[in-house]
Write a protein that binds this ligand. Sequence first.
Ligand code: ATP
Ligand code: MG
Length: 200
Amino acid sequence: MHITEVVLDGFKSFGRTTRIPFYEDFTVVTGPNGSGKSNIIDGVLFALGLARTRGIRAQKLTDLIYNPGHDGDEAGDGPTEASVTVVLSNEDGTLDRSQVVSAAGTENVGDVSEITIKRRVKETEDNYYSYYYLNGRSVNLSDVRDLLAAAGVTPEGYNVVMQGDVTEIINMTPYQRRGIIDEIAGVAEFDEKKEAAYEE
Ligand code: ATP
Ligand code: MG
């Protein structure tokens, strides 16, 4: 399974709908500092529910909405909604139809050779709302998480290596580094379950 396209709409620096193609083997995004390269990755993490707000460099969810005055002092009249859609090719059958159906809670998921996960954040006068969609069906974060976990993508995983992560790993103590190996090897999950069982 791999990402084929990311569509950003009103997300961070992407004020206009922007479609970014991803290739199966290797895709490089280049551009000057501050041009929005990392924002694309933030968009992927946001849509897939893989990061906390801090992890995608925002104080609060609504900071992710495109703000024309972002770099100035004036807030500006921007959109009140942002969305990111991640299109995944499931042509290799990483996920069964039944898994997609169970996550979406309906048989109505269309052709599962393509999986689309979309997240939207909407700001109203005194509140904000966040919505997830799987192949166009409204779902919860836990549904998205379960489905991605079945495809080997988890928030604790190292599917995404962020700017500064490598330096962080270099500066870690051997014990902390061992924690990463445990996580990659899948041992950490059992340690956590063991801890939880002891607590009960
Ligand atoms: P570098 O090469 O330095 O890593 P980059 O290409 O990764 O740069 P990003 O960090 O993706 O750049 O983009 C930063 C830009 O995004 C900044 O100019 C910032 O003003 C802009 N930005 C972030 N959030 C918003 C927002 N809500 N509205 C408008 N612009 C935003
Ligand atoms: Mg960057």
